[in-house]
Ligand binder design. Structure first.
Ligand code: SF4
Length: 250
């Protein structure tokens, strides 16, 4: 018993007490800031591997950004990455960071369906669908439930069967051969249900966006409740996005 207490004291508390308010350290890249510095915008736009950058004014679409950091390496006075991990959004347009703006990315509460907070604010069970994912976002989703991030304390958990789930979390760009299994899984989830796109591949296709092997028609049929950017997304980005989505509102 004494030995067990000694070990407990030595290890301390391993979970993050307040997942909504911690400071991450570089090299983590979160929300970018684009300064007003004059640069060769054509060169800046063309270096991005996923066409996430557009010009005049310079914008970065976090739904397309792989967070490779190349733009910040080559244009350090123009683009820098903060460690702000709260970058999930429920409005696709809110994922676009514009030159000269330095403001947090927030959910648009007017777009959140009423049944989401009334049904899910204390408990949200999710089925994860890796639709041609590369296992990176999947690993981070797994980490979201580990002893450090412990999203289970908020009632957020992954379940094995879509019939036990309140929604699906899609990772990967959705390949043609995963389109039907994804549809079958979604259909098996009882109403009301939510859809979360996790990672750049799921949100925009990422570097696979133009591949003929990708089939994203599923996404045209349904409202997306949450976009979680990153490549892969940080567990805190995922957890904070969901907490905001399901927060009880009166
Ligand atoms: S960090 Fe994002 S915006 Fe910058 S070059 Fe990489 S993918 Fe493009």
């Amino acid at each position: 018993m004494i030995n067990a207490l000694k070990i407990l004291k030595h290890q301390g508390k391993q979970f993050i007490r307040d997942v909504t308010n911690i400071t991450l350290q570089p090299p983590f890249r979160g929300r970018p800031i684009i300064s007003g510095e004059k640069v060769d915008e054509n060169k800046l736009v063309s270096l991005c591997p996923t066409e996430a950058i557009s010009a005049n004014p310079v914008k970065i679409d976090l739904g397309k950004c792989t967070f490779c950091g190349e733009c910040a390496f080559q244009f350090p006075n123009k683009i820098s990455f903060t460690t702000d991990y709260k970058i999930s959004a429920n409005d696709r347009n809110n994922l676009i960071v514009i030159e000269g703006e330095d403001k947090p990315i927030e959910l648009n509460y007017a777009l959140i369906r009423k049944e989401i907070s009334s049904f899910f604010h204390g408990s949200l069970k999710l089925r994860q669908v890796s639709a041609a994912g590369d296992n990176s976002a999947e690993l981070e989703l797994n980490a979201a439930g580990n002893v450090n991030y412990d999203m289970g304390r908020f009632g957020i958990e992954f379940v094995a069967s879509p019939r036990h789930a309140d929604g699906i979390v899609i990772t990967g760009p959705i390949s043609e051969n995963m389109a039907e299994p994804l549809q079958i899984c979604y259909d098996a989830v009882p109403d009301p249900k939510i859809i979360i796109l996790c990672g750049v591949d799921a949100i925009s296709g990422g570097i696979f966006a133009d591949s003929p092997a990708v089939s994203r028609k599923f996404l045209e049929k349904y409202k997306i409740d949450l976009y979680v950017p990153g490549n892969p997304p940080h567990p805190l980005t995922f957890i904070n996005g969901i907490l905001e989505l399901i927060r009880e509102r009166r």
